[in-house]
Unconditional design. Sequence first.
Length: 329
Amino acid sequence: MLGIVVVYLCHFQEDSQALQNQVDFVTLTNQRLYSDQAITPIPLSNLFDKNKAILGDKLFHDPRLSKNNSVACASCHSLFTAGADRLTVSIGINGLSGQMNAPTVFNSGFNFSQFWDGRTSSLEEQVAGPIKNNKEMATSWQEILPKLNADKFYPTAFNQLYVDGITAKNVANAIAEFERSLTTPNSLFDQYLRGNKKALSTDALLGYQKFVDYGCVSCHQGVNIGGNMFQKFGVMDDYFADKNDTVSNLGRYNVTKQAQDKHFFKVPSLRNVAVTGPYLHDGSIKSLSETISIMGYYQLGQQLTDTDIAQLRSFLESLTGEWQGERLK
């Protein structure tokens, strides 16, 4: 009996030491990546024009920016559902369905371009896209500006902040300034990067090790853990082999009309990814775990195990940040 206990204790000590070695390796990996600035924390403070952001907040929630006064920016990017709408594709004017999954507006100011196909380089440029899209807001500046000028609040507010009052450029700037205010700092992973080594669970740490080892970090890095490059969807195998080349599947090709840009998309940010499903450019995948498996196979050539997926998911869950002092849900 004593021999059995001794053998058990030896195995327990060996397993504990193996786990500690794994955690120590993860710690070293994180320290190396942090010093190399592969992934950096979202700043705890954010620079933006507060008065313009207040005005932009009102415009962001104003349905008069749509043709029939029924759809606001916040309709597809609700701040109460993590900056997205959690639909496969968004519903626009007259109940029309869009073509792409709506990304979260949180941290969008960190992206190097906007939209899945990267067709605009700034938040200001992005504003006009939904306004003019026939399936979203279906209107024009020529229709919107008179509505705003007839309002009791907007003329005075704009004249206080802009020398030329209400213009398309100024409306877009105010909305963009509000969107720049929407950052979600202080995720558990950011706390870990800042030195709190108890912020992450063992599974999250091991998930981050695999995130690095498998090569996820080659596309998902920087302050937004993505959002700073284009990449082909289907690097290691053809994801679109049995799918039609619809507009939503063409990616950058819709912008450049170059054949080599088919199926290239802006790499999405992984910030708050655990609470901003469904996933992929078309919102076709509901499960984060399934998305991890798909990305592992098509982007990395890896058949991820259940343990891999669970640990990677734990890491991704640690990327959920805070807005107005509360963790996003």
